[in-house]
Every structure is written in C-alpha cells, then in structure tokens.
Design a binder for this molecule. Sequence first.
Ligand code: SF4
Ligand code: SF4
Length: 345
Amino acid sequence: MLSLLKELYLKPKNEIKYLILFVTNKCNANCDFCFNHKNLNETNKDLTIEETKIISSNFKNLIQLTLSGGEPILNPNLYEIIKIFYINNNLKNLTITTNGFFYDKLFDLAKKILLNLPNLNINFSISIDDIEKKHDDARKVKNLFNNIRLTYSKLSNLKNNKIKLTCATVINNNNQNKILKTIKYIFDNFDFDDHEIIVVRGSTKTSKIKQLNLKNYFNAINYRNKLYYNNSKNFLKKIIDFLGSKIILNILNKNTFFKCPAGKKMIEIDENGNVFPCELIYSFYNNYYLGNIFKEKYSDILKKENTKKIISFIKNKKCNCTFECAIYSGLIFYPISNILFRKKL
Ligand code: SF4
Ligand code: SF4
C-alpha cells in the first residue's frame, strides 16, 4: 500500500503511470459506436515484441496497463507483450478489453498469466451491450453472445483474487431505452465483479448513435449501483464510482470541469507507435499527436513545443469529455482538485 501511494503521489509530476496500449487494429466485430472504426482491419497491424520492448523501455514503473484495439486477443504476441511490462515496468494491474468471442484464446492467456506472472492482477473487461441476439446484431458477429457465455464460464473456473471478470456496456442511442432490462439480464445471468456503463464517445459511424437521453444514463448508473454496490464492502470503489458517475453527468450537463491526467500521468499509444494524450482529444485539438515512440524517445517527445502546447491546453481545461478511464484515474491521481475543488463551468 505504501509503495502504491509513493508511486501515485511522490513521483515526479509528469511520470506516466497509466498506459493505454492499442495492440492491434484487427477486429472481428463491426460496431456502429466504435470510435476506432476508421482504423480497423485496414493494415492488420499487430504490435510486435520488439516494438513493445521499445515502448516499455521509455517508462518507469506503471500502475496500470490497459490493452485495447481492435480486439486485443487477436494479437498473437499478447502474452509476451504483457510479460515485457510485468518484468520491465513492475506492472501490477492489467485490464484487457475484449468482445469475448475468442474464448479459447482468452482462457489460454489467463492460464499462462496465472502460472507465470503471479503478481499480476488482471481484469478481463467483456463487452455486452444488449441481450442475446440483439447483442450479436449490434456488434455484427454471429454467435457472439453464445461465445461470451463460454468465455465467462471458462474464465470463471480460473477466478481467484488475481483475476477479475467485469462487464462493459456502451450506452448509446440504440440500447438506451432498454438499458435497465439489459443490466438486470446481465446481473441475473452472470456473476461479474463489476459492470461499467460507458457513454458512447468519439468519432462513431453515425452521429445518431451518440444521441443520448441523460435520464437513461442516470437511471442506468443508479440501477447498476443498486445491484452491484449497495451491498459491497469495497467502500473506496463505491466512493470512486459514485463520484465518477456524478462528474460524467455534470459534464454531460455541461456544468463542470475535471482535472484530466491525460498527457501527464496517462497516455495512449497505438499499434504504430503513435503517442497521444487520449483517444478523444482530436475532437478538440487538431495537431494532437505527440510523436512516434518508435522514432523518438518519450523524454524527447515531452520536450517538443507541440507537446507542451497540448499539455497546457489540457491543463487549462480547454477540453472536457466523458472518457471514463480519464475521469476515474483523475479521481485517483488528483483527488484534491477533482473531489474537493472541482471547477464549475
Ligand atoms: S469490438 Fe471494440 S474494437 Fe471491435 S468494432 Fe467493436 S468497439 Fe470497435
Ligand atoms: S478531457 Fe477528455 S479530451 Fe481532454 S485530454 Fe482529458 S480525456 Fe482527452
């Protein structure tokens, strides 16, 4: 606990502690709300082991690594990639976002991690947006829901205090009116450790899918809290989640800012080595790439004029969004600014 507090608050201000890594641009799904859809399956690019070593060598200890894509499990080097961060960056917490289709690959990966990387806490965040065939239709993958059941049941057999299984639902225009039914169905049919409700974001295929009635989001959060948290003994989690969803609602209502850790404590790197503070800043700031980590060191990227401008743009709260990873980690990295002295618009 002490070493975690030290990593969180005593390290230099701009030391990256949270990395979101896009390990492939391959995906077997075709979701209308995918913010990364323009990039998917174009080049079939997987992050390689050598490239991962370069990325890892640019950072010190990481508190959290989140693997994204595409569908991360389609990268054949996934275990090696994780192992590199485990060894070089003293990684303790890993999240793998997955659509849950490839149950055998996910099961094999989990087994290998449990056997060989004993100090790693791993969260499989499995996406479910609707019930049964409706979910298959939303993600345009036949038998997806069925395979999610298999993924869930196989991974459940391995569950211990090192493995968490969570569910993530993207609330959007298509599923918002039946969101409570979906949440209840998931609660009754699975035993997930948590259920994240994610607001549809970024550059989606159509703008209609982003039309969200705030009341639906509000009701979904309250219902989820009632089912999952009311009896939970994890008070810290309860508080963070309560505050996080409150901030998101206030942002959607356009009446609050939060101090965002993007670019300072958290960054994103894609499968081509491009570094950017977050996956949403392009909608606020044109020249949002900080650089390419395969061509320049991260310490040099930080010295660039454009990087300084972007970081000061974020610091001056010129952008404001509902990206959950930024908001929840912002509560942990900057509790004083984001809990006690949050600025109103
Ligand atoms: S599964 Fe994920 S990466 Fe693939 S299309 Fe859907 S949202 Fe995009
Ligand atoms: S507020 Fe949103 S858009 Fe701006 S840097 Fe943070 S996560 Fe990115």
